[in-house]
Design a protein around this ligand. Structure first.
Ligand code: FAD
Length: 406
């Protein structure tokens, strides 16, 4: 008889851990407080599940101990992820390194995991409200409204606080803390940012290429470029998501956070300036609204002209040097003050979580409690957008499952 392994959480990492523990001969039970498994998987990649990324390096993962995530990912790398899912029937599709199931359906990834759990006779107890988790005489004891469960090893795979409707409501942190684990304050990451200025109401729905540079107390903190989305309260889109965790942390520390956006990111500043000068010359006989036509989104152009204090009807030939400089500044270095990130409900992941300094980097076993393991988002690891958070779930799930099974 193999080891009895208990897993709390039937998300991406918990199911992966269960599969690898069962394949290694363990008798596995997953306890899940929702009525179904993998709810978060269903919302990934806009329902298409960007389940990994072919490009992997340390910079793709953020963690209190740099290098910790890649140490685990290197032991269950992308190739293993692709083989793992291929064996479960998932044909992978590569879009510039971003990998999706060929079905373009996140539900097929979830279904494949569930089929394998069934095949391996892993028991899953749904709607299981856990009241207490302890360790006595070398064994873990879980008290729940479905009864008591005992195991030789316990894996905490309860996710973070991001997207609580999926079941990831932060209660896992309490279970880890009850074993003495330090929790680094979880904060929304991969999330929209709210801005102070009033003119966002006029910008709702605008999409524009942009490079966003985030400053904390005036110092550069992060940057990214791509398609920005402007909303009636602030900024969204992938570049915003990529820098958002730095904004969340700084705002939590009561620091001042500003973002500077270049709406012409494909050109150097000198090239943008040259293009503008030529355009001003070419359009001398038009007005300023007409000058902006075709350069940037029309709603965005209107707001930038207003901020540069240039009336739309003003003839281009009468533009003063200082108006020209202000407009150039607005287009290439538009500054906005970040007041908050959106809440956990809107976040894809959290930064923070179980401090990895109290977790063995080779095995994901707790340094405080033997037989206790962690995987997935509950740990203080967050990936950038692009399939990295799920890769972390698969790699850390593999490691915790294998190790827990002994
Ligand atoms: C909208 C959205 C889109 C995303 N898109 C992508 C993407 O395309 N690519 C990518 O790589 N990542 C994406 N992510 C992130 C990715 O989904 C997560 O990082 C990943 O699912 C985390 O897996 P996990 O197992 O750690 O946690 P979860 O998937 O959150 O699973 C945790 C499980 O534990 C259960 N649980 C929690 N507490 C308890 C408790 N006390 N008792 C019992 N059960 C409990 C929960 O109900 C849940 O089933 C996205 C996230 C969201 C919200």
């Amino acid at each position: 008889m193999g080891k009895q392994v208990l897993i709390i959480g039937a998300g991406a990492s918990g199911m992966t851990a269960a599969i690898h523990a069962a394949r290694a001969g363990a008798d596995v039970t997953i306890l899940e407080h929702k009525d179904r498994a993998g709810k978060k998987i269903l919302s990934t990649g806009n329902g298409r599940c960007n389940f990994t990324n072919l490009n992997q390096n340390d910079a793709c993962y953020r963690c209190g101990v740099p290098g910790f995530p890649m140490g685990i990912v290197a032991r269950f790398p992308v190739k293993d992820t692709l083989d793992f899912f291929s064996e479960l029937g998932i044909l992978a599709k590569d879009r510039n390194g971003y990998v999706y199931p060929n079905s373009d359906q996140a539900s097929s990834v979830l279904e494949a995991l569930l089929q394998e759990l069934e095949h391996l006779s892993v028991k899953v107890q749904y709607q299981c409200g856990i009241s207490r988790v302890t360790k006595k005489e070398g064994r873990f004891l879980i008290s729940s409204d479905k009864g008591q469960y005992r195991g030789d090893a316990l894996i905490l795979a309860a996710g973070s606080k991001a997207a609580p409707v999926t079941g990831s409501d932060g209660s896992g942190y309490g279970l880890a803390a009850a074993f003495g684990h330090r929790i680094i304050t979880p904060l929304p990451a991969l999330v929209q940012l709210r801005c102070r200025e009033r003119h966002y109401k006029k910008l709702a729905g605008v999409r524009s290429d942009g490079e966003i540079r985030l400053y904390v107390d005036g110092k550069p903190a992060a940057s990214d470029a791509g398609e920005l989305q402007l909303t009636d309260y602030g900024i969204s889109g992938i570049p915003t998501f990529q820098v958002s965790r730095y904004a969340s942390v700084a705002l939590h520390r009561k620091q001042k956070v500003t973002a500077v956006i270049n709406f012409l990111p494909s050109m150097s500043l000198a090239e943008s300036r040259e293009m503008m000068e030529k355009r001003l010359d070419l359009m001398r006989e038009r007005n300023c609204r007409q000058f902006m036509n075709g350069l940037l989104n029309s709603k965005l152009s209107g707001v930038l002209l207003e901020l540069a204090e240039i009336p739309e009807k003003q003839p281009v030939k009468s533009i003063t040097e200082s108006q020209k400089n202000r407009l150039f500044q607005m287009i290439t270095s538009y500054e906005t003050q970040i007041t908050a990130s959106n809440p956990y409900e809107n976040a894809q992941v959290c930064c923070g979580g179980v401090d990895v300094r109290q977790v063995h980097r080779e095995t994901l076993e707790s340094k405080l409690v033997r037989g206790l393991y962690f995987c997935g988002e509950i740990l203080d690891v967050d990936g950038i957008c692009g399939g990295y958070n799920l890769q972390w779930a698969w790699s850390s799930g593999f490691m915790a499952g294998r190790q827990a099974a002994g």
